[in-house]
Design a protein around this ligand. Structure first.
Ligand code: ADP
Ligand code: MG
Length: 243
């Protein structure tokens, strides 16, 4: 399996605070990796650094073979190769659902409107939202909005999907439909790096899990192993709190 994303020794400080303290990770093609860890452990910062939304202070990031931490790299061109979904505020409120889904294809990737809309409509059909294509996002439930945001993120065929706690702002009854869609994408072979506090979901869907605490990877391993028999005391304490 070839590496899609390789991060080596990433360091990031905000003011005096060291938020990432030498984090390394590798994501192989079709691999699903979960980032777990307490609030403030650096999961979101790590994801934001990987797609160049935040500059790193030190370290190296390869996307495929390309060193995207090279200062000469154009961040917009790199970001166009990622699909990203955050906790909330994902969809543009002033655009229709279909325009949300097709915007990046049309504007960033230069796909013709008709082609983008055909594909966008098919994606919305797949998640049962074709009838909402012309509506604005505020007409959708939170779960529908997050599913539309996921579909928007995959509309450009990104090399990597970065998901940051995408269900944590949802009412509990809406979480399942969003996780089911991620599960489907994973089964279809998407390459996914996801911060999540849904431990059962991470155990079921992720191939590998990284436990972060204090800006370092405390422990990592195959999902089944890490959840069944965590080696580190900090991992055990965290998992006990989460269950
Ligand atoms: P997590 O996603 O694991 O909860 P974060 O990456 O959001 O963790 O945050 C890690 C630490 O970095 C926290 O202490 C947070 O307060 C701090 N932090 C995150 N973003 C910023 C920022 N833009 N400016 C200052 N501190 C930040
Ligand atoms: Mg976070």
């Amino acid at each position: 399996m070839s590496a899609v994303l390789t991060a080596s020794e990433l360091w990031k400080t905000f003011g005096e605070k060291e938020v990432l303290r030498g984090i390394s990770l590798e994501l192989a093609t079709h691999e699903v990796v979960a980032l777990i860890g307490p609030s403030g452990s650096g999961k979101s910062t790590l994801l934001r650094c990987l797609n160049l939304l935040e500059p790193i202070d030190d370290g190296r990031i390869l996307l495929g073979e390309e060193d995207i931490s090279d200062p000469r790299v154009k961040p917009d061109a790199v970001r166009a190769r990622f699909g990203v979904v955050f906790q909330h505020y994902n969809l543009f409120p002033h655009l229709s659902v279909l325009d949300n889904v097709t915007l990046a294809s049309r504007v960033v990737h230069g796909v013709a409107r008709a082609t983008a809309e055909e594909r966008g409509t098919r994606l919305l059909e797949r998640i049962g939202l074709a009838d909402k294509a012309r509506e604005h996002p505020d007409r959708l439930s939170g779960g529908q909005q997050q599913r539309a945001a996921i579909v928007r993120a995959i509309a450009t065929d990104p090399e990597v999907l970065l998901l940051d706690e995408i269900t944590s702002a949802l009412d509990p009854e809406l979480v399942g439909e969003v996780l089911d869609l991620v599960r489907e994408l994973a089964a279809d072979g998407a390459t996914i790096l996801m911060a999540t506090h849904e431990m059962a979901f991470a155990r079921d869907v992720a191939h590998r899990v990284l436990f972060l605490d204090g800006g370092v990877v405390v422990e990592e391993g195959p999902a089944a192993e890490l959840f069944a028999a965590p080696r580190e005391a900090r991992t055990r304490e965290f998992l006990a709190r989460m269950s």
